[in-house]
Design a protein around this ligand. Structure first.
Ligand code: SAH
Ligand code: MG
Length: 223
């Protein structure tokens, strides 16, 4: 079966296939983006990660969201659909082609007022932001997660949450047996990142083995 999405070595196929078989379909615009992503190998969030995100968003009701890594705007559109009408989403992307695709995709949706794309290197753009965000979705260059997180946590409201995607990186983060030589540095950095977010004072993190691995980090109210 052509799954349209690369195997992740995180869950057995039968588990993933089963979960996907009971997951309702997204709206037509999102389905179109899912097809585009599969055909063009754009790494959008997997269906079970999208569902998880929807539940978190409905429960947390964030008003101001920051995303690092827009790609074609798929996850930004999911976040737009599952937040209330006054919520705002700022999303950062460094590639011109992706920014253009995302702009078109967002224009074609009913959420163009909610989403703002900033083109640039996240590490530079983050320094220019001075708002506080109550939900931050980290989904860009995996080798820089720790650096991104340190910046993002300063912009995170107390009681807010950072959700980080692809933290198990096809299972490589969990075992050296899967590590491809060229990926060694990224894997090392992701391990440092997970160590950091699991031990930083004032935050609580968990790692959830769905999709390519998702981490959730909650910032305590007292901070
Ligand atoms: N969140 C999207 C997928 C993002 S894929 C979704 O699920 O629909 C990761 C994207 O992050 C890519 O488009 C890549 O160009 C962008 N990216 C990677 N590193 C970046 C950086 N340092 N600054 C800005 N964008 C970056
Ligand atoms: Mg991702």
């Amino acid at each position: 079966m052509n799954r349209g999405i690369e195997l992740t070595n995180i869950n057995e196929d039968y588990i993933e296939d089963y979960i996907r078989s009971i997951t309702p379909k997204n709206n037509d615009n999102l389905i179109r983006l899912e097809q585009y992503a599969a055909e063009n190998r754009v790494p959008i969030i997997e269906p079970e990660v999208a569902q998880f995100m929807k539940v978190i968003l409905r429960n947390n009701k964030p008003k101001n969201i920051l995303e690092i890594g827009t790609a074609i705007g798929y996850s930004a559109l999911i976040m737009a659909e599952y937040t209330d009408e006054h919520a705002k989403i700022t999303t950062i992307e460094r590639r011109d082609d992706m920014v253009n695709l995302a702009k078109n995709n967002i224009k074609d949706s009913s959420y163009s007022d909610k989403i703002r794309i900033i083109k640039g290197e996240a590490e530079e753009v983050l320094l220019t932001l001075n708002e506080s965000y109550d939900f931050i979705f980290l989904d860009a260059a995996k080798g820089q997660y720790l650096e991104f997180f340190k910046h993002c946590s300063k912009h995170l409201a107390s009681g807010g949450m950072i959700m980080s995607d692809n933290v198990l990186f096809k299972g490589m983060v969990a075992t050296d047996n899967l590590v491809e030589r060229r990926k060694k540095t990224i894997v090392k950095r992701l391990r440092s990142f997970l160590q950091y977010i699991n031990n930083i004072d004032g935050y609580i993190s968990c790692v959830i083995p769905i999709g390519d691995g998702v981490a959730l980090t909650y910032k305590e109210d007292r901070l």
